[in-house]
Design a protein. Structure first.
Length: 154
């Protein structure tokens, strides 16, 4: 019986945590987008904290969000929950960068003119991937300095 009580407390705690999404630091870094370099897409579903599925006429295409690497464990689940709240089942603007080593699209993803990856970095929900632009490193450094998200815990 004690195990069920602990399980119920954990489920209620997780449910309350997800219900309070988004965190206070949403939409902190707007990024200008250009219609010339962006196209519109529909996010069918979120696969992971840095991987989404885009709906196309021929089916679904997996796309990696450029510049971020979602952590494993608890913060990976938080990153995935944020993406679900922000883009799942919604239209987004994307800028195709290329393809990764697995053949998946590598994209910048914008919702309402805001770079989703920069927001996730500023909120401490993701880490910068190697060889990204300086703005992403600055967003991560700010999150670390302010002890936001994963940087606020040890």
């Amino acid at each position: 019986m004690r195990i069920w009580g602990i399980f119920i407390v954990c489920v209620v705690t997780l449910t309350n945590a997800l219900a309070s999404y988004p965190p206070v630091l949403t939409e902190v870094i707007p990024r200008e987008t250009s219609v010339d370099v962006c196209q519109y897409a529909f996010v069918a579903h979120v696969i992971a904290g840095d991987l989404i599925a885009l709906q196309e006429k021929k089916g679904v295409t997996n796309a990696v969000i450029y510049g971020i690497a979602a952590p494993d464990g608890y913060w990976g689940l938080k990153a995935k929950a944020y993406l679900k709240w922000k883009v799942e089942g919604k239209p987004v603007s994307i800028e195709v960068i290329g393809r990764d080593g697995y053949g998946r699209l590598l994209i910048r993803c914008y919702k309402s003119g805001t770079d989703v990856a920069l927001n996730m970095l500023a909120m401490g929900l993701a880490k910068t991937a190697p060889r990204t632009d300086p703005a992403m490193a600055i967003a991560q450094e700010a999150a670390q300095k302010n002890r936001v998200g994963m940087w606020g815990t040890k």
